[in-house]
Ligand binder design. Structure first.
Ligand SMILES: *Cc1c(COP(=O)(O)O)cnc(C)c1O
Length: 388
């Protein structure tokens, strides 16, 4: 049996070990320390946003982001439906109520039409959301020029979930530089990793200063331990920040490598008309964190299931597109605004969409193995009964 091919596995560069050894040598093992400060500075510079706070996870960063935007118990928060649950679990930590917004077919990210209708409905009910969690999916920005003016018109701030899109660009600007606050993740499967970690960024220095305070138990500036508000233990450790500094140095290379994996898949399957790759609209630069496609035509959903099983038989990890949050039992009571009347884009993408192995460390031999099995599965599954 050949070695298993993973969806997205960690890929270290040359310099991480040296940074981690430095942390050991200087006994900076605690949270806080010179690597944390440097990682924040270097990441902020890389995405051209003024300030950054290094945290224990992307989820922690979203939680603090919501608190910093003033989310209170009973508030509503708009959130993209097609995402990983970490985008909206923190809404529940705040005892707030999520309202889910569908995707649009052009970018698979938040639908401006659905967002507009959600705002109109909120205004009619006199129940405006405290903020909008705007997700950039699978390494690609949402359509900021369409979405941000809507939020501005209603005077509602944006928390940009760029956990999956570090390194992506939208009309020349870095993904994660559009929201009042934005979040990156360095979990093990993301484009760069600290094994676990996250970053909250903003052009607002005061917000990031408050994030640092909240993430270290909200200590007041006093020698004794004085506390006025509730705090959290959400700071990144100096050891992990050392890994992050090394990883940041290879980020651009990782983007090129992931895009190359995608291009090889796209070229190799160009003759199969039912495969519709996640679009990359003009002016966008996706990192192709994951190479994703949706199958078209009759029986596409059944075909996806067969395909996943066939790939698994050959020890190749293929996953469905995220199950949308409005279809999750956890959020069964949450309101939902589809792209258009009777057009549920995220539901359709979940039913017919798949994510292929996309790691920047996939060898061409491994990619060819994926391609060969995919081709076979896609051509044979014309008759799915034979394979069921
Ligand atoms: C990974 C991810 C997160 C959370 O990041 P962690 O660092 O794993 O907590 C949030 N949102 C999205 C869309 C993600 O993919």
């Amino acid at each position: 049996m050949s070695q298993r091919i993973w969806l997205s596995s960690p890929h270290l560069g040359e310099e991480e070990t040296a940074f981690v050894e430095e942390a050991f040598r200087t006994n900076w093992i605690a949270p806080l320390g010179p690597h944390v400060d440097a990682f924040e500075r270097e990441l902020a510079e890389h995405v051209d946003v003024g300030h950054a706070a290094a945290l224990s996870s992307g989820t922690a960063a979203i939680h603090l982001g919501l608190l910093l935007l003033g989310v209170q118990p009973g508030d509503t928060v708009f959130c993209s439906s097609l995402t990983f649950v970490a985008s909206c679990n923190p809404i529940l930590y705040c005892n707030a109520l999520p309202v889910f917004i569908d995707s649009e077919p052009g970018s698979w990210n938040m639908s401006p039409q659905a967002l507009e209708r959600a705002f109109e409905s909120a205004r009619r009910k006199n129940c405006m959301p405290r903020c909008v969690v705007l997700v950039n999916l699978y390494g690609q920005s949402a359509d900021m020029d369409a979405l941000l003016p809507i939020c501005e018109r209603y005077n509602v701030p944006v928390l940009e979930d760029a956990a999956e899109s570090l390194g992506a660009r939208y009309k020349g600007r870095a993904s994660g530089s559009f929201g009042h606050l934005a979040v990156y993740s360095f979990n093990g499967n993301k484009i760069i990793t600290t094994s676990g970690g996250g970053m909250l960024v903003s052009s607002d220095a005061a917000l990031i200063a408050r994030a640092r305070k909240l993430s270290t138990q909200a200590r007041e500036a006093a020698l004794h331990y004085e506390h006025v508000g509730v705090g959290f233990n959400y700071r990144m450790s100096n050891v992990l920040a050392g890994i992050g500094r090394g990883q940041l140095r290879v980020l651009d290379e990782r983007v090129r490598q992931r895009r190359r994996v995608f291009e090889r898949y796209q070229e190799a399957l160009a003759d199969i008309p039912t495969v519709r790759w996640m679009p990359e609209p003009t002016g966008y630069l996706s990192t192709r964190w994951l190479s994703c496609f949706a199958l078209e035509g009759e029986g596409a959903a059944a075909q996806c299931n067969v395909l996943m099983r066939l790939m698994e038989r050959h020890s190749i990890e293929v996953r469905p597109v995220w199950k949308p949050m409005h279809l999750q039992p956890l959020f069964r009571n949450a309101p939902y605004f589809p792209h258009a009347d009777g057009v549920d884009v995220s539901r359709q993408l979940f039913a017919t969409g798949l994510c292929l192995p996309s790691g920047s460390n996939l060898s061409e031999v491994q990619q060819d193995r994926v391609i060969a099995h995919l081709r076979r599965a896609l051509s044979s599954s014309v008759d799915t009964r034979a394979l069921a």
